[in-house]
Design a protein around this ligand. Structure first.
Ligand SMILES: NC(=O)c1ccc[n+]([C@@H]2O[C@H](COP(=O)([O-])OP(=O)(O)OC[C@H]3O[C@@H](n4cnc5c(N)ncnc54)[C@H](O)[C@@H]3O)[C@@H](O)[C@H]2O)c1
Ligand SMILES: O=C(O)C[C@H](O)C(=O)O
Length: 357
């Protein structure tokens, strides 16, 4: 196929690349988990997806067999937890979603570095970090080898550190493209719109709240003043901001030891993947907030930051600035940057100290 491609004329090449873009393989690593299963389901329902590859260290083929009976066009394959299974799952992927890893239990922070409570700074938090950091590092190595040009969408926590981990691994293999690496922060945006609609008795579909920063505790910075609700002030504003920043805790507490958000996260992950597929299939002006390598606060040593990002076939097309902030929001942002810098450094340091095999 590649030999014959060399003799294609310009017109044929254009047709070839158009049809290649229409062939959208989506790979999910951690597909049998709490997020992985509903996310796989939602991607099977997405008509933009032509091939769905489901990989997990246990249960991938079972989930795939189940989902493959759904009467949409895409093919579904489950892969065995072997090196070749992982490689085959990744090969040719346009989008790789990574929800592999352990979720939080009550009392744990995502990374042991949130400024939540001293009590939360437990060994358990460090365990969550170390476990997920190793999982993400190893999956990133496989992706760098098998699908270096794919869009990598990191869901595994702590996102503020796992995204820099993927970047370091891709750099070490000489295939890092910052335009194709995304931390999925969509759930914060989804929550913000829902929580505002509960206050305003409005339709959440009409509530667009920009959320910037990172994805844990005070690094989550909702910009309510830009949502058309400048009237939400004082205690009401503080309560709303706190609920958005610690929405994950609400779910962890309610699940009482059985994990963290899975269904809302699957919806959020599917929304972000759909936006990327849409953009790569030529739809213009697709904008999603996401955690990417960003110039916005690099001068303060913060190399990754979530803000509104315009997407295209090349991945990141344009990174929007945070816009005009109130004094209150500037205070939130200042606090965010302090923690975010540490979280990012922690991820980078992890790969330096633990390069793996
Ligand atoms: N970004 C976000 O907004 C967000 C939201 C919710 C949860 N999360 C995070 O997503 C992760 C997954 O959460 P969950 O509730 O689905 O957990 P889960 O335990 O239900 O599922 C995780 C899955 O990953 C699999 N897995 C573990 N190691 C793997 C490996 N090396 N390769 C492939 N698969 C592997 C497990 O077998 C399991 O099926 C957690 O880290 C959680 O904190 C992120
Ligand atoms: O809070 C968690 O640990 C999971 C996730 O990051 C969330 O925001 O719900």
């Amino acid at each position: 196929m590649f030999a014959s491609r060399q003799v294609l004329n310009a017109c044929q090449r254009r047709a070839f690349s158009a049809s290649a873009r229409d062939l959208s393989k989506v790979t999910i690593l951690g597909a049998a988990g709490g997020i992985g299963q509903p996310l796989s389901l939602l991607m099977k329902l997405n008509p933009r997806v032509t091939e769905l590859a489901l990989y997990d260290i246990r249960g991938g083929p079972g989930v795939a067999a189940d989902i493959s009976h759904i009467n949409t066009k895409s093919t579904v394959t489950g892969y065995e937890p072997t090196a070749s299974g992982l490689r085959d799952a990744l090969k040719g992927a346009e989008v790789v979603l990574i929800p592999a890893g352990v979720p939080r239990k009550p009392g744990m922070t995502r990374d042991g570095m949130d400024s939540v409570t001293a009590e939360a700074l437990t060994n358990q938090s460090t365990d969550l970090f170390n476990t997920n950091a190793s999982i993400v590092r190893d999956l990133a190595k496989a992706a760098a080898d098998a699908s270096p040009n794919a869009n990598i969408l990191v869901i595994s926590n702590p996102v503020n550190s796992t995204v820099p981990i993927v970047a370091e691994v891709f750099k070490s293999k000489g295939v890092y493209n910052p335009k194709r690496l995304f931390g999925v922060t969509t759930l914060d945006v989804v929550r913000a719109s829902r929580f505002v609609s509960q206050i305003k008795n409005s339709d959440p579909a009409d509530e667009n709240v920009t959320v910037v920063g990172g994805h844990s505790g005070v690094t989550i910075v909702p910009l309510i003043s830009q949502s058309g609700h400048k009237d939400i002030t004082g205690d009401k504003l503080d309560t709303l901001v706190n609920r958005i920043q610690f929405g994950g805790d609400e779910v962890v507490k309610a699940k009482d030891g059985a994990g963290s958000a899975t269904l809302s996260m699957a919806m959020a992950g599917a929304r972000f993947a759909e936006s990327l597929l849409k953009a790569s299939q030529g739809v213009k002006n697709v904008v999603e907030p996401t955690f990417v390598e960003s110039p916005l606060y690099k001068d303060q040593g913060v190399n990754f930051f979530a803000s509104k990002v315009e997407l295209s076939a090349d991945g990141v097309e344009k990174i929007h600035s945070v816009g005009e902030l109130t004094e209150h929001e500037q205070g939130l942002l200042d606090a965010c940057l302090v923690d975010l810098k540490k979280n990012i450094e922690k991820g980078v340091q992890f790969v330096k100290d633990n390069p793996g095999n």
